[in-house]
Write a protein that binds this ligand. Structure first.
Ligand code: 13P
Length: 329
C-alpha cells in the first residue's frame, strides 16, 4: 500500500514542525503561503524564517500552490492562524477530496464569530471528520527531538487511531481523545492566561504571583470549558494544564512575550509590529469574554487581560497589590 498523503497547511513554526514529524511515516507536503519559504524548505530542508538552524525531516516537501497541495491529500492538517483559517479553507474547498479527516493545530477562536476552529472547518467543509492536536509543544523543542506529548481529539475513535499513526513518534507521544471541544477550548484559553503571566513577569512580580495566576487560570479555563461542553479531565491533562504551564513559563512563548513587553510598558501596537509571528491570545481574548458572558461565567483574570488589550487599562492597575513589596513599604 502507498504511504498516506498528508498535507499540512501553514508554514509557520508549528505547521512546519508537525509536517516534519508527519514526514517520517507519510508522504507529507507542506503548503506555505510565501513561495520563498516553500523554496527554502525544498532546497535546504530548513525553514529559515520561523525555525532557522533546525533540520527538518529529509523527504518533507513544500509548495506555495494551495490547490495542488489539497487535492492530493488523504489527510489535511491545518496550522494557519485562527483569523485566516476560514479564508484559506474557502480557497481550497472545491479541491479537498470527500470525507478526508481534517486536523486543526490552531490555538485560537475566530474573533467575530467566537467559533472554534473545528466549527469553522465544519462550516466550510461539512461532512469531514474534524479534530484537533494540542499539547505543551514549543515547536523548537519538538523539532529538535526532545520528548514531548500531545492530545489528538477526533469526534470518532476510528479517525483518532488512524491519525495517531500519522503524528505519533517515539519522542512525540500522541494520546487520543474524543473531547474535541475541551481540547480546543483549552488551547485557545491558555494563550489568554499566558498574557496575564507575562504582565506579572514584565512588572517584576515573583514566582508566587506566577503560581497564583496559573492556578487560578486553570480554574477559569475549566469552568468555561465545562460550560461549553468539554470534559473536566481534559483540562487537567496535556492539552489543559500541560499547555497552560508551558505557555506561561516558556521564554519561547509568543503570548507570554507580548504580556511581558506590555508589563514593561511598551504599547501593544509596537510589540505586535515588531514580531514576525502571531500571538493568538491577543485576538482570542475578546471572543473568550463574549463566550463567558453568554454562559454567565465570571473570569476575573481573562477580564483583566481583556481590559489591558482592548480597553487600554494600564498593566500596573491590573497588578496593583500583586507587585513585589518595596522594602520599607
Ligand atoms: P505561543 O503561541 O505563546 O508561542 O505558545 C506556544 C504553544 O502553544 C506551546 O504549546
Amino acid at each position: 500500500a502507498r504511504k498516506p498523503r498528508v498535507t499540512v497547511l501553514g508554514g509557520g513554526t508549528w505547521g512546519t514542525t508537525v509536517a516534519s514529524i508527519a514526514a517520517r511515516r507519510t508522504d507529507t507536503l507542506l503548503w506555505a503561503r510565501d513561495p520563498r519559504i516553500a523554496e527554502a524548505i525544498n532546497r535546504t530542508q530548513q525553514n529559515p524564517r520561523y525555525l532557522a538552524g533546525f533540520d527538518l525531516t529529509p523527504g518533507l516537501r513544500a509548495t506555495a500552490d494551495l490547490v495542488g497541495a489539497v487535492e492530493r491529500a488523504d489527510v489535511l492538517i491545518a496550522g494557519v492562524p485562527a483569523q485566516y483559517l476560514r479564508a484559506v479553507l474557502e480557497r481550497a474547498v472545491d479541491h479537498v477530496r470527500p470525507f478526508i479527516p481534517i486536523v486543526s493545530l490552531v490555538k485560537g477562536l475566530e474573533q467575530g464569530s467566537r467559533k472554534r476552529m473545528t466549527e469553522v472547518i465544519g462550516e466550510v467543509l461539512p461532512g469531514h471528520p474534524a479534530g484537533v492536536l494540542s499539547g505543551p509543544n514549543i515547536a523548537r523543542e519538538v523539532v529538535q527531538g526532545f520528548a514531548a506529548a500531545a492530545t489528538l481529539a477526533m469526534p470518532d475513535h476510528h479517525s483518532a487511531q488512524m491519525l495517531q499513526g500519522v503524528v505519533n513518534t517515539s519522542r512525540y507521544r500522541v494520546y487520543t481523545s474524543e473531547d474535541v471541544v475541551g481540547v480546543e477550548i483549552a488551547g485557545a484559553l491558555k494563550n489568554v492566561f499566558a498574557l496575564a503571566v507575562g504582565f506579572g513577569d514584565g512588572l517584576g512580580a515573583g514566582d508566587n504571583t506566577r503560581a497564583m495566576v496559573i492556578t487560578r487560570s486553570l480554574h477559569e479555563l475549566t469552568r468555561l470549558g465545562v460550560a461549553l461542553g468539554g470534559r473536566a479531565e481534559t483540562f487537567a491533562g496535556l492539552a489543559g494544564l500541560g499547555d497552560l504551564l508551558v505557555t506561561c513559563i516558556s521564554p519561547h512563548s509568543r503570548n507570554r512575550y507580548v504580556g511581558l513587553e506590555l508589563g514593561r510598558g511598551r504599547p501593544l501596537e509596537e510589540i505586535l509590529a515588531s514580531m514576525n509571528q502571531i500571538a493568538e491570545g491577543v485576538r482570542t481574548t475578546a471572543a473568550v469574554m463574549k463566550l463567558a458572558a453568554g454562559r454567565g461565567i465570571d473570569m476575573p483574570i481573562a477580564r483583566e487581560v481583556d481590559a489591558v488589550l482592548n480597553h487600554r487599562q494600564p498593566v500596573e492597575k491590573t497588578y496593583r497589590g500583586l507587585l513585589r513589596a518595596t522594602p520599607g513599604h
